[in-house]
Design a protein around this ligand. Structure first.
Ligand code: DGT
Ligand code: CA
Ligand code: CA
Ligand code: ZN
Length: 579
């Protein structure tokens, strides 16, 4: 429940922000959006703060002023915010649905409603297809095309949620079910266990002496909004965050078989079942059988073993070579969760992060990290207040002072920057300033629409720069929001190898960039990987495991990931790569 609460409050504040902005209210929208961002990234529970210190406690949260504190209090105590309900009545438009369409912002939403009575995506799609939108002020034929593309993109991902949104909730439900008397085992299976990027529904497998008790406890979870069906072996519900969850109770003796079956993926299961058939067996969720005789069912390990396969970690179960590798005992020794020692992408309130360098450093220490690199944006990203050479130097001094302070704790803050790659592939900071940094990271934040050839040349030119060490979020995608830009990944990876640049596996919940297949190829080519949280708030260090999952899905070992090394070794390695 923990993480959910803050997320729910954050979502509500975001909604406030959107409705206020649509109504053209000045200043307030950004204050609400800022507060939402801060709360979403907090490790402490807002409800706990309120329980302990009331409205004063809320007021003390950075970014939360008196007015917003009152709204949060109203929400915690009454379950809704009157002002928001009134705005929704006055302006009966699904703002969050519409603003999810690329290129449609609050101003446009207001115009679409006033001029064409457009209230949701379906209305918008109809109007665009009838070419009614192009004639409005601030719209044109091009924006009609863009809107249509945006709608198509959203439709494709409909009904699926981000891994990072679902995992904390699923783990929390798992823990609560485990504490029900009589329950022996509970495991979240399906796409969550495989750590797929997006999740369709939550599949839980359990064993217990009292099926009814665990089913009753499941139905009674506060997150359950609707019960589709319930019985002693299977219960299906809808959760209030907008995703379905199934709980299956299976016999203790076939737990492994059930887990294997419900973990998937489907294609992997089909391949494994084919192997069983070839060996004269039959594999189902009840076990591996020869005729009627049970051969294996208790654990996944023994099932794979009886099929002549090494145990296959769930992240690899995608029917893309893992079965052949398991047969010849050639599966990689995957990087363990929790093995990142330093985070090389951290933003602070020098730009668009919401905490100071010191606060981020302390949060990193609490998360068990030994070092972080401060990578605020650079000057051409004006909207984030990007740093120029002078500000970078000033930030460097602050970092020096903090490093002195943290010396005893053996924690180290590295000087870096997320340097913006310009349209032509040049960097927006002079080399003299870059030379003073411990490492230089680069990323694309503009001109997403270049042709594949231009985009690839642009990025490779940046990689060629003698001071560049890491390419951040290489494809630029935002899952469910923005497609990756056109990029020849093979050439980019080869260039990274040639010019000694490491590739990032970014843990932001909607980035997970590089993706699994790219990571696998990078590793084949001998390109080094760096796992970063891209933290903009103290709570974001918890995301690192999402990118580790991505690396595991890309067959990555610990030795493929540079920031599993100590700070000195990691820096030395990056330097050596450039030679
Ligand atoms: P999702 O929910 O869309 O994110 O993806 P999954 O993989 O969790 O899929 P889901 O929930 O439909 O089913 C859970 C697992 O159950 C799936 O990964 C494999 C197994 N499964 C479901 N349907 C079939 C099927 O028709 N054949 C086989 N072999 N396995 C299935
Ligand atoms: Ca599922
Ligand atoms: Ca399912
Ligand atoms: Zn970035």
């Amino acid at each position: 429940m923990a993480v959910l609460h803050n997320q729910r409050i954050a979502r509500l504040l975001n909604e406030m922000s959107e409705y206020l902005e649509v109504q053209d209210v000045p200043f307030k929208p950004s204050a609400y959006a800022r507060a939402a961002g801060i709360i979403a990234g907090m490790t402490d529970e807002v409800t706990d703060i309120y329980d302990q210190n009331g409205k004063k406690g809320l007021d003390g949260i950075p970014g939360v002023g008196k007015g917003i504190a009152e709204k949060i209090e109203e929400y915690i105590t009454t379950g809704s915010i009157k002002e928001l309900e009134q705005m929704k009545k006055k302006f009966p438009v699904n703002v969050s649905e519409l603003s999810a369409v690329q290129g449609v912002g609050p101003k446009k939403i207001a115009a679409l409603y006033k001029k064409l009575n457009i209230k949701n995506c379906a209305d918008l799609e109809r109007a665009v297809r009838a070419h009614k939108v192009a004639g409005l002020a601030h719209f044109g034929k091009k924006s009609e095309e863009q809107i249509l593309k945006g709608i198509e993109f959203l439709k494709k991902g409909r009904g699926r949620m981000l891994l990072g949104t679902v995992v904390p909730l699923a783990q929390d439900i798992e823990a609560r079910l485990r504490s029900v008397p009589g329950v022996a085992r509970v495991t979240v299976a399906g796409s969550i266990r495989r750590r797929q990027e997006t999740i369709g529904d939550i599949d839980i497998v359990a064993t217990t002496a009292h099926p009814k008790r665990v089913m009753d406890a499941f139905i009674a979870l506060p997150e359950v909004e609707h019960v589709y069906s319930s019985g002693p072996t299977k219960t299906m519900v809808r959760l209030s965050i907008g995703i379905d969850a199934d709980l299956r109770v299976v016999k203790k003796d076939c737990y492994g078989a059930a887990l294997q079956y419900f973990t998937g993926d489907k294609q992997h299961n089909i391949e494994v079942r084919k192997i069983a058939i070839k060996k004269g067996y039959k594999l189902s969720e009840y076990g591996l059988f020869k005729e009627k005789k049970l051969i294996a069912a208790k654990t996944e390990e023994e099932i794979y073993k009886k099929l002549g396969l090494a145990y296959i970690p769930p992240e690899l179960r995608t029917a893309s070579g893992e079965i052949e590798a398991a047969r010849r005992n050639g599966l990689p020794d995957l990087i363990p969760y929790g093995s990142i020692r330093g985070d090389l992408q951290v933003q602070t309130n020098w730009t668009d992060g919401n905490a100071s360098i010191e606060e981020m450093a302390k949060a990193a220490m609490n998360a068990g990290l030994e070092y972080i690199a401060i990578t605020d944006h650079t000057q051409s990203l004006a909207m984030t207040g990007g740093l120029d050479e002078k500000k970078l130097a000033r930030q460097g001094k602050e970092i020096d002072a903090l490093n002195k302070k943290f010396k005893q704790k053996k924690f180290h803050i590295l000087k870096s920057a997320e340097v913006n790659i310009m349209k032509d592939g040049s960097l927006d900071i002079f080399d003299a300033a870059l030379k003073k940094l411990d490492l230089v990271c680069v990323a694309v934040h503009s001109h997403f629409a270049l042709s594949e050839k231009e985009q690839t040349e642009r990025i490779i030119r940046a990689l060629k720069h003698p001071l560049v060490n890491i390419l951040f979020h290489p494809t630029g995608r935002r899952i469910g929001r923005r497609e990756a830009y056109a990029l020849d990944m093979e050439s980019t990876l080869r260039a990274a190898k040639e010019y000694g640049v490491a590739m990032e596996a970014n843990a932001s919940t909607d980035r997970l960039d590089l993706k699994d297949a790219h990571i696998r190829r990078a590793i084949e080519l001998g390109v080094n990987i760096v796992v970063n949280s891209d933290a903009h708030a103290p709570g974001h260090f918890a995301n690192l495991d999402l990118a580790i999952a991505q690396v595991r899905r890309g067959w990555g070992k610990k030795s493929d990931v540079l920031n599993t090394l100590s700070v000195d070794k990691c820096l030395a390695f990056l330097k050596r790569l450039k030679k």
